[in-house]
Design a protein around this ligand. Structure first.
Ligand SMILES: Cc1cc2nc3c(=O)[nH]c(=O)nc-3n(C[C@H](O)[C@H](O)[C@H](O)COP(=O)(O)OP(=O)(O)OC[C@H]3O[C@@H](n4cnc5c(N)ncnc54)[C@H](O)[C@@H]3O)c2cc1C
Length: 468
């Protein structure tokens, strides 16, 4: 246990909330989004400002504590919490400030994307994020950020102008194209390895109402739908985004009763171009083949972003596997049909997100995100409310992944991974790993920030290589 004296010492410097296992709020505070994660930190520090974060980092460093950083708490592997260490919890740092003239937004490190969308939408502006509004801004951004606006405006990191960080040695710095440029390169894809991000400055774009929603087809047509998706999305205008999904129709409104609980395949579209071009943009899709259900229409962007929030409420059991894909061959599609048709539970799914358009306009070595040249990000998720089904969803997910991995580009999007070992982390970063390891050595030589998809400081890397 931590000594009372050292807890009292940090309390004196701290304006936020200190939560120990003896406190009433502890059970709630240690929970993260994935209900499968059950970790018991020694201390949770809910920071309210940068000074709190500085005090918390110093406390972890001086007491040799394992340190986790919690932004939105959404990470599949549960990397926002740790056993037997300290959690810096930023959930009380959710301020957002829009500058409509400069078309920028500043978001504090504990924001969720819903906070940002809420603040920017009244100005008819948005920045690329993900496909759900409850994800944390921090974790999603630091890993890359793949979402509805990606084809048009790039990854979230391609819209990051600056980030404020508290470093392992306690310094507060800004990283941008002008300041600490090596750090700015590394945090655009390198995750939480380099410091605690206390705020982010993003470029905004004119996005207000989009034309979006799902189209669903019978599972028997999944081969043709997947082939159509592959061929169409590669040539579609950048304003058109869509992700392919195997899914089970939820048993409730707004879905028609005759489809409830049916396993189907679908594409969830989001068109962010001008209203007068919507018909033209959807014409090739509508002439492909009529879906069993179409729910595409004009929607405010924040509504689209939060369309799946209720279905995927916090606390479900999740098991993830993922890869990037360069080429979706017909052989790979056959494997997808086999495993995707066997979704083990209503919430389980497989998504294919396009990685092209604006993403391809940034070079592989311009940021730490190294799968710029891939075409798709594949994510397989076994999900269910009942822990009794954990082995069922996990086994399905692993088997599906094993069948598709040989057809992949070799590594995964860092934000869609479980704790899968160093080899997989290296596969994520490919030839950017060595530079990341050098930057890690410069900013975090003792690997204080290691509860993440960990990049080892360069010397340790060399030792590890020497041993292997
Ligand atoms: C339902 C669901 C939908 C998702 N959809 C998408 C999507 O559409 N697009 C996409 O790109 N990703 C998506 N993700 C993945 C998501 O990007 C990751 O789970 C991400 O890690 C979540 O960030 P967080 O801040 O909520 O996570 P946390 O669990 O709080 O943290 C995750 C990691 O980030 C680090 N971290 C968090 N905050 C900070 C900080 N302030 N400073 C430094 N490091 C920090 C932590 O150390 C940890 O390693 C989704 C996840 C879920 C569960």
């Amino acid at each position: 246990m931590l000594q009372d004296a050292s807890i009292e010492a940090v309390r004196a410097k701290f304006r936020g909330e200190l939560i120990t296992p003896a406190d009433k709020g502890y059970e709630d505070a240690r929970k993260v989004y994935n209900g499968m994660i059950d970790r018991r930190p020694r201390l949770i520090l809910k920071c309210v400002d940068v000074a709190d974060v500085m005090a918390a980092v110093a406390f972890a460093r001086e007491n040799g504590l394992l340190l986790a950083i919690r932004g939105g708490g959404h990470n599949g592997a549960g990397l926002g919490v740790c056993d037997d260490g300290l959690v810096i919890d930023l959930s009380r740092m959710r301020g957002v400030r829009v500058d409509p003239a400069a078309r920028t937004v500043r978001a504090e490190g504990g924001c969720k994307w819903g906070d940002v969308d809420h603040a920017t939408h009244p100005f008819g502006l948005a920045t690329p994020s993900g496909f759900i509004s409850t994800t944390g801004v921090a974790g999603l951004t630091l890993g890359g950020g793949i979402g509805y606006l990606t084809r048009k405006y790039g990854l979230t990191i391609d819209n990051l102008l600056a980030v404020d960080l508290v470093l392992a040695d306690g310094r507060f710095v800004t990283a941008s194209a002008e300041e600490n440029t090596d750090l700015f390169w590394a945090v655009r894809g390198g995750g939480g390895n380099f410091g605690v991000a206390t705020s982010f400055l993003f470029q905004l774009h004119p996005v207000g109402t989009v034309h979006a929603g799902p189209m669903l087809w019978p599972l028997e047509q999944a081969t043709e739908v997947m082939q159509f998706f592959r061929d169409f999305i590669a040539r579609a205008p950048e304003e058109m985004n869509g992700f392919f999904a195997f899914l089970t129709v939820p048993p409730g409104p707004p879905f028609p009763q005759h489809l409830h609980n049916h396993k189907m395949c679908g594409i969830v579209w989001c068109y962010c171009g001008p209203a007068e071009k919507v018909e033209e943009a959807f014409k090739p899709i509508r002439s492909f083949r009529p879906p069993s259900l179409e729910m595409v229409g004009p929607l405010p962007f924040p509504v689209v972003q939060s369309m799946f929030d209720a279905l995927y409420a916090p606390g479900l059991q999740w098991y993830w596997r993922a890869d990037f894909v360069n080429e979706l061959s017909d052989e790979a599609i056959a494997q997808h049909i086999k495993h995707g048709s066997a979704l083990p539970t209503m919430h389980s799914t497989m998504h294919l997100y396009p990685i092209d358009g604006a993403v391809h306009k940034v070079g592989r070595q311009e940021t730490a995100f190294s799968y710029r040249e891939s075409k798709l990000a594949e994510v397989i998720v076994g999900v269910d409310p009942d822990p009794a089904n954990n082995s069922k969803i996990t086994n399905w997910c692993k088997n599906y992944f094993d069948a598709l991995h040989p057809y992949s580009a070799g590594g995964a999007y860092v934000n869609f991974m479980m704790e899968e070992g160093q080899e997989r982390v290296r596969a994520t970063y490919g030839d950017n790993y060595a530079r990341l390891a050098d930057i890690k050595r410069k900013y975090d030589p003792t690997n204080l920030f290691r509860v993440n998809q960990n990049i080892l400081p360069a010397e340790t890397t060399q030792t590890a290589q020497g041993l292997s």
